[in-house]
Design a protein around this ligand. Structure first.
Ligand code: FMN
Length: 211
């Protein structure tokens, strides 16, 4: 396949004044996310990378549920492969890519499960379809026949409709507390601008990186 001709970024790219970057990474992240949201679908879709019991990496797209000074929040079933991986090795990476702005953000850090109350609130805030899917469970298990899914989904739908407050015990909102957050701004001359925040006692150290 000839892929060389495909463009990665638009002709006009934002500049990135790293000297003006805020002291805490979540503030810059919120600004970049807002700009991405103004011009593309699913700016909050993010690759979540984990490590399995054998030390092999695994990755999948999830939705960022929130971000604040404590870190980045995602949600899933604790029984899913990613949930099991996080239970055994509670460290992860998040990778955001916003091609329309030529931007990437990389986050690494420790992951903890939020309280049952916070996880339940996350689940109850989901749409009925989404709660039904969550109630079906068995995420990533082999599916032998479509009928099995149709039956399980119908049963789950009936339970969710009868009790909108229902929350599966396995539902988790997770917090990734960043140790490092890197902001990458593409430049057509390939002198991409990179700024990494690293956690240090009482705050964040900011450092430019070679492209
Ligand atoms: C745009 C998008 C958003 C997704 N959001 C979530 C999510 O928030 N939580 C989740 O568990 N799976 C989400 N998924 C599905 C995951 O990518 C994945 O298929 C599923 O969680 C099973 O992953 P696992 O086997 O590694 O646990 C999303 C997929 C896409 C494409």
């Amino acid at each position: 396949m000839e892929l060389r001709g495909w463009a990665s970024f638009p002709d006009a790219l934002p500049s990135f004044d790293t000297d003006a970057a805020p002291a805490a990474p979540h503030e810059l992240f919120a600004a970049w996310l807002t700009e991405a949201g103004a011009q593309m679908l699913a700016p909050h879709a993010v690759v979540l990378s984990t490590v399995d019991a054998g030390g092999a990496p695994d990755a999948r797209v999830v939705i960022l549920k929130d971000v604040d000074a404590a870190g980045f929040y995602v949600a899933s079933s604790a029984e899913s492969p990613k949930g099991q991986q996080l239970a055994k090795e509670p460290r992860a990476a998040l990778t955001f890519f916003w091609p329309g702005l030529g931007r990437q953000v990389r986050v690494r850090g420790a992951v903890t499960a939020c309280s049952p109350k916070v996880s339940a609130a996350d689940f109850r805030a989901r749409s009925e379809d989404s709660r039904t899917e969550g109630m079906v469970g068995r995420q990533s298990e082999p599916l032998a026949a479509e009928d099995d899914l149709v039956r399980a989904a119908a049963e789950a739908r009936a339970r969710v409709s009868a009790d909108p407050e229902l929350v599966p015990e396995s539902w988790r909102r997770y917090l990734l507390a960043p140790e490092s957050v890197e902001f990458w701004q593409a430049s057509h001359d390939r002198r991409h601008v990179r700024l990494r925040y690293e956690r240090e006692a009482g705050g964040w150290r900011r450092q430019r990186l070679w492209p």
